[in-house]
Design a protein around this ligand. Sequence first.
Ligand SMILES: [Zn+2]
Ligand SMILES: [Zn+2]
Length: 219
Amino acid sequence: MLLESRSAPPFFENGFVVACERTREAVIIDPGDQVDELIAEVDHLGLTVRHILLTHAHIDHVTGVPAAKQVFGVDVHLHQDDLFLYQMAPQQGAMFGVAVGALPQIDAFYEGGEIRFGDHQVHVHHTPGHCPGGVCLQIADRAGGEHLFVGDTLFAGSIGRTDLPGGDYETLMRSITRVLFPLGDGAIVHPGHGPDTTIGRERKTNPFLVEYLRTRGRS
Ligand SMILES: [Zn+2]
Ligand SMILES: [Zn+2]
């Protein structure tokens, strides 16, 4: 599996290209302000993009959707519960002082759909809390290693903020401990901002999670 990530100012949000080495088919995850670099990487590696996948619809994760949609012409996928945020993109931009135009229509909601590219399948897990329609996109590499694209649900040493519209702390902690943790300590986590980590490392050392588990237990 080929995996490239890029980030760019002002939000330094991580956008990803994930591709099947055998077929050169790919998905783009969370195209933001780094979208031109992602497009260049697709070109450089000779990939065919099959889907544009969004972990959630906060503004920093979607500003590159218009360019990605125009270049690749493939379906844009989002969880239905984040559609209101996606449609509010211009207002979200205004909140952060960035001009954002209208975004292309969402083509598919994750519920019930199977998403494939080359030899890989994308398993979608609903992980609300940072926002209502946040998801974790799980993709296994050829060796059986699990890669989790978690958006802003979980970071190396931190957790997603819950003070934005639709955010909820208890919901976020349940998503992390009951949806992400069961995916296994060895699963590699690719957060929406900052460096990669693993489930095991966060379960054992993330101060927010250690404190939550200490006070709430595992149930
Ligand atoms: Zn976010
Ligand atoms: Zn973000």
